[in-house]
Design a protein around this ligand. Structure first.
Ligand SMILES: NC(=O)c1ccc[n+]([C@@H]2O[C@H](COP(=O)([O-])OP(=O)(O)OC[C@H]3O[C@@H](n4cnc5c(N)ncnc54)[C@H](O)[C@@H]3O)[C@@H](O)[C@H]2O)c1
Length: 445
């Protein structure tokens, strides 16, 4: 309808006479609701339904018709798509403001990169991609648009106030000058290799689109045998679909350390653990990184442990194995050990009398996040597009973690140039920074 016709009809129907210059729906509309497409409409997405009720869910994308039907019960007005690329092609027609990405990990880099190319706000479930290049591309693409687009990676534990308290303690000197940091996770899911062919995909599942950008692997129902929100454990051990515990709990647990470190991408990575497997990510892994100095601390080493490997011999009288997913910081005066919701300080140098540490007054504490998805929605709608786990913060963290996997696959210590996204001391290892995509699935689409 032409604007003039719209005004005429508004007058003749007695509707209130409001004049808009922009689209009538979406974040710029009078009711200030976001028009959101759910890329991956069930599973993890179902845990977000309640929080999204106040927005317009205008499109649902899912390759599983049964899951689509469950989502459509909650959002009956939304247009349905099987191929997320078609949904993004229709971004203008749908009046899309934002996408929420809850599809499997091997789509995260593509969906995010394509959505950024279309100027859409993004909430992307963790992890941000499954290789160094994907995290790097999403991070740098967003940095170029950070003043107009809000991004958040789904590491919702970040909203526990413990994250902010740990950050303050480390930065305010409760353990003296920071020297080294560790994070670890105990979850172990071992798979020998890709699943063998078994049966045919059922008619309610588009297996070809499920593979998406990844190379072909035969159908096996076990990839789909997990409960809603936990099915990721069925496919994330395999390189073409995930990164094992690095992308799974590693995204959450490393966030606990990363939040306090104020870190840029690592300049080196080395790794030990399981023998590299061409099909699956390692279960036992110790990756160590050099983090460059920043304004308040020197260069430090950071370690990631998983799958039964643990930091060893640092404090004999504390059994770190009792903390399933945790982090530890060593400073010149003591240690800080934490999990997602609690922390302890261990002063351990002869002069660790804590006189050097002044707790900050309550009014100077880092403010609470007040809802993690809500933080992203507020940023989408407001002038300040900043969120705590935006694509720069989370991108740097995952670029570093994936570099650790590259070091493990190359079985070598790697020196990394984060500007160029390149290993500088071992040209052959660059193949482990990226992956090959099927035709029709470029990362920059
Ligand atoms: N933040 C958290 O605590 C948390 C918890 C669980 C899962 N996750 C993340 O959520 C994501 C989904 O995990 P899940 O266990 O729900 O997985 P899932 O295998 O159940 O997939 C989620 C949904 O996406 C659909 N889907 C699959 N491929 C698709 C495609 N190409 N296009 C559109 N839809 C597609 C599935 O049919 C399903 O409805 C993962 O990335 C996982 O890491 C995060």
């Amino acid at each position: 309808m032409e604007r003039r016709e719209f005004l005429a009809s508004a007058v003749s129907t007695g509707a209130g006479l409001l004049v808009f210059n922009g689209p009538l729906l979406g974040a710029t509309s009078p009711n200030n609701k976001l028009n959101i497409a759910l890329l991956g409409a069930h599973g993890r997405a179902s845990q977000h339904y309640g929080g999204l009720k106040g927005e317009n869910i205008v499109a649902l994308v899912d390759i599983n018709a049964k899951n689509m039907a469950l989502a459509a019960k909650v959002f009956p007005e939304a247009k349905q798509y099987v191929d997320w690329r078609k949904c993004l092609d229709d971004a203008k027609k749908l009046g899309l403001d934002a996408v929420m990405i809850c599809a499997p990990d091997h789509n995260h880099g593509h969906m995010s990169s394509w959505a950024l190319n279309r100027d859409l706000h993004i909430y992307c479930e963790k992890p941000l991609g499954i290789c160094v290049e994907e995290a790097h591309v999403c991070r740098t693409k967003w940095l170029a648009k950070k003043d107009k687009l809000a991004t958040q990676v789904g590491t919702q534990r970040h909203a526990h106030s413990n994250f902010q308290r740990v950050q303050e303690l480390v930065r305010d000197g409760a353990i003296g000058e920071l020297r080294e940091a560790w994070a670890w996770g105990s979850r172990q899911i071992r798979r020998p290799g890709y699943l063998s062919a078994e049966g045919q995909p059922p008619d309610w599942l588009n297996f070809d689109l499920w593979l998406g950008p990844s190379p072909f692997h035969p159908y096996n129902p076990a990839y789909f045998s997990g409960g809603p929100g936990a099915n990721c454990l069925q496919w994330n051990p395999f390189w073409d679909f995930g990164t094992g515990q690095v992308g799974d709990m590693g995204s959450h647990t490393m966030d606990l350390a990363w939040c306090a470190l104020d870190a840029d991408v690592a300049t080196t990575a080395a790794a030990e653990g399981d023998k590299p497997n061409p099909d699956t990510a390692p279960v036992a892994l110790h990756a160590s990184f050099t983090l460059p100095a920043n304004t308040w601390r020197k260069e430090i080493d950071l370690h990631w442990y998983q799958g039964g490997m643990m930091p060893d011999g640092i404090v004999g009288y504390i059994d770190l194995k009792k903390i399933g997913h945790g982090a530890m910081f060593r400073g010149s005066k003591g240690l800080l050990i934490c999990d997602f919701t609690s922390r302890v300080i261990v002063p351990h140098a002869p002069d660790s009398d804590l006189t050097y540490y002044k707790p900050r007054p309550k009014e100077q504490q880092i403010p609470p996040i007040k809802g993690f998805v809500e933080e992203w929605m507020r940023a989408c709608k407001g002038d300040n597009k900043t969120t705590t786990c935006n694509f720069d913060y989370s991108g740097k963290m995952m670029e570093t973690m994936f570099l650790g996997l590259a070091a493990h696959r190359a079985q070598a210590r790697l020196e990394y140039d984060a500007k160029a996204c390149k290993v500088t001391n071992n040209p052959a290892a660059n193949e482990f920074l990226r992956r090959k995509y099927r035709e029709g699935w470029p990362l920059d689409g």
